[in-house]
Design a binder for this molecule. Structure first.
Ligand SMILES: *[C@@H]1O[C@H](CO)[C@@H](O)[C@H](O)[C@H]1NC(C)=O
Ligand SMILES: *[C@@H]1O[C@H](CO)[C@@H](O)[C@H](O)[C@H]1NC(C)=O
Ligand SMILES: *[C@@H]1O[C@H](CO)[C@@H](O)[C@H](O)[C@H]1NC(C)=O
Ligand SMILES: *[C@@H]1O[C@H](CO)[C@@H](O)[C@H](O)[C@H]1NC(C)=O
Length: 605
């Protein structure tokens, strides 16, 4: 993702030096010159492969229409939000539909959409062509339902773009909400009584007076990566942003490891459940953080690149200075990244709807239910310029009591081990970073529904390996991240009333090989990318899994930031399974065209 700063840095480098290693250029390109030579047809549709969102009768409400031209260094676009009063409430499901089109030459750009400072969508743009492109993103935003009825909020979108003699692409964006009346109209399967009452939190033995029923429907896992225990199943009563003030977008900008951005927040004293949803994207020198070598390699070889600090990053959250959760983010590749020819017309996993990460803070409620303000902070371990991070704090309130009591009873402070190994001679060598983290925390919450103890256990394992060969012109990156989370809720009789498990894996393999071109001031890059996102959710009586994998091979000839020629093939397989539904789609694209596309709701088994 480029800003003007990194752009000018890049132009300097590429005009005055001949590329010899993967370090003398950015991993970020535009492809308009190439495509205008090779294609003459109308606007092309781009897309990200996900679970198809349910359709059916719904009420549609336009919330934003704006063109993002030369918006760099300007405040974000902001407009009063008007609730969909013409749509009969209550709504059981709300989908956000983002549509964009663009024509000309342009880099990919990062964008955020916030309602009252609460982030609804983090997205990045596809790079346009001279004939134009367009794309649609659908996202299930039911979890933000409490905001959609409010008339005192502003809707804000930040998309920093540059228009000049060279970059001409203006992004035209339209955003609508689709509101659905009940589960039935959107095609929920029937006969799943067990799944529909996953959580019945009523503890009569304990004098509990209210029943808290959290229903889940089985419409499939509509987000690329939920990372969530069960946030999507019952919208929170209140969502508080942990974000910047909005003059430059609501995200905090993290430029270095010591940047811990924070906000003082007071939560209602009758909160009985809290989940923090973290939004993250990485740019500039950390856009490809998973491929950054240690500083020792850069220094010893006298390289000018600032893309260093090793290949380990972790985004963490603090309350009053205490770390309460962390995530190693899924490596989203933007559409100009590594080889832009890979990401047309099918973009990389998560590029149009970046994953957010849920951190259940219920066991920590005892710390923050005192009616006072507390400092919530977000930082990036080993981060360099720059990361855009902010969070939404989802709170569920006790409607029968003003005060809820809570206390943490266990906090096995996170055990982190990080092992590093490096070995290099000149520009060739290899680097390993392995890390592991285990956390266990438990706390009870006594509300009018009873006294429930929440136990959360989380484990991370990550391995990163980088190898340089052929005098640094060949670079291999292999990364494996595995995360496991388990949540248990126990009533006062010691019975387990909720059991949820989430497992995630996201392997990544990137090869880039820089070769000389026959033409002056040009070079060839041979590139391979394989990455995947695999996720499994299971509970007492449900389970589902998503597997999403992309494999891309190709090469390109580059001059400056422009791709002049090349060939690329991307193949993607997506499957979703639960006890009642399945979906699979196999797509392949070659040189900008879909060459295969098979999808089915009929899975063998
Ligand atoms: C709630 O349950 C926990 C664990 O059983 C117990 O230690 C705590 O005292 C209870 N709290 C209240 C207010 O009853
Ligand atoms: C390796 O690369 C360096 C700098 O990029 C260059 O000075 C050197 O001549 C190269 N060595 C060989 C053997 O090609
Ligand atoms: C990229 O992958 C293809 C097919 O898997 C393979 O033939 C090729 O050698 C790979 N390229 C590099 C630079 O490793
Ligand atoms: C997807 O499946 C097809 C057919 O089984 C296979 O040829 C292809 O390599 C797979 N692609 C990925 C990215 O796994």
């Amino acid at each position: 993702m480029n800003t003007v700063l990194s752009l000018s840095f890049f132009l300097l480098v590429s005009f005055f030096t001949e590329p010899v290693s993967p370090f003398s250029h950015q991993d970020h390109y535009t492809k308009s010159s190439y495509l205008s030579l090779h294609r003459h047809h109308g606007p092309q549709e781009y897309s990200e492969v996900t679970y198809p969102l349910p359709s059916g009768p719904s009420c549609s409400h336009l919330i934003l229409r704006h063109s993002f031209a030369h918006t760099i260094d300007s405040p974000p676009f902001s407009t009063p939000y008007i609730p969909p009063s013409h749509c009969p409430s209550p709504w059981s499901r709300v989908l956000l539909h983002f549509h964009a089109d663009c024509k000309g030459e342009q880099y990919d750009r990062i964008a955020g959409l916030w309602l009252g400072g609460v982030e609804l969508l983090r997205t990045s743009t596809a790079e346009p062509t001279k004939d134009g492109i367009f794309w649609n993103v659908w996202k299930d935003v039911t979890k933000y339902s409490s905001l959609f009825t409010r008339s005192d909020l502003d809707l804000t979108m930040m998309l920093e773009n540059v228009i000049n003699h060279e970059f001409t692409g203006i992004y035209h964006v339209t955003i609508t909400l689709s509101l659905f009346k009940s589960h039935a109209v959107v095609g929920a399967p029937i006969g799943v009584s067990c799944d529909r009452r996953l959580r019945i939190l009523r503890d009569e033995s304990d004098g509990g007076i209210s029943e808290v029923t959290v229903e889940r429907d089985d419409l499939g896992d509509t987000n690329v990566l939920r990372g969530s225990l069960d946030l999507d199943e019952s919208p929170a009563d209140l969502i508080i942003p942990i974000s910047d003030d909005g003059d430059r977008g609501f995200w905090f900008r993290v430029e270095r490891e010591s940047d811990l951005h924070s906000r003082r927040i007071r939560i209602p004293t009758n909160t009985h459940r809290a989940v923090l949803e973290l939004y993250v994207s990485f740019h500039g020198n950390d856009e490809f953080w998973y491929s950054n070598p240690p500083n020792s390699y850069i220094k010893t070889n006298g390289l000018s690149t600032r893309r260093g600090n090793g290949a380990y990053r972790e985004v963490y959250v603090t309350i009053d200075g205490e770390v309460v959760g962390s995530e190693i983010p899924f490596p989203v590749i933007f559409t100009g990244g590594i080889n832009p020819l890979f990401w047309e017309p099918i973009v990389a996993i998560g590029a149009f709807s970046l994953p957010s990460y849920d951190i259940d803070l219920t066991p920590y409620l005892g710390k923050i239910l005192d009616g006072k303000t507390h400092r919530f902070g977000i930082g990036v371990t080993r981060g360099i310029s720059f990361w855009l991070v902010n969070a939404n704090l989802h709170l569920w309130l006790d409607h029968h009591s003003e005060v809820v009591h809570a206390e943490r009873i266990l906090n096995k402070s996170p055990e982190v081990t990080i092992e590093r190994q490096e070995e290099f001679t000149g520009l060739d060598g290899s680097f390993d970073v392995d890390s592991e983290r285990e956390t266990k925390v438990a706390g009870w919450v006594r509300s009018s529904a009873g006294n429930f103890t929440t136990i959360i256990w989380q484990e991370y394992k990550s391995k990163n390996y980088i190898k340089f060969q052929h005098n640094g012109t060949y670079k291999l990156v292999k990364q494996k991240i595995k995360a496991k989370k388990k949540m248990k809720v126990i009533n006062s009789r010691g019975q387990v009333v909720v059991l949820l498990k989430v497992k995630r894996k996201y392997p990544l393999r990137v090869i880039t090989w820089t070769k000389p071109s026959l033409h002056k001031h040009r070079y060839l890059l041979v590139t391979n990318v394989t990455h995947a996102l695999k996720e499994e959710h299971s509970g007492a009586c449900f389970s589902n899994s998503v597997s999403n994998k992309q494999d891309s091979n190709g090469w390109m000839e580059v001059k400056g930031h422009s791709v002049l020629s090349g060939e690329a093939v991307t193949s993607q397989n997506y499957t979703y399974n639960d006890r009642f539904n399945c979906y699979s789609r196999n797509v392949a694209a070659a040189n900008g065209w879909i060459i295969e596309d098979k999808s089915t709701f009929q899975c063998e088994e």
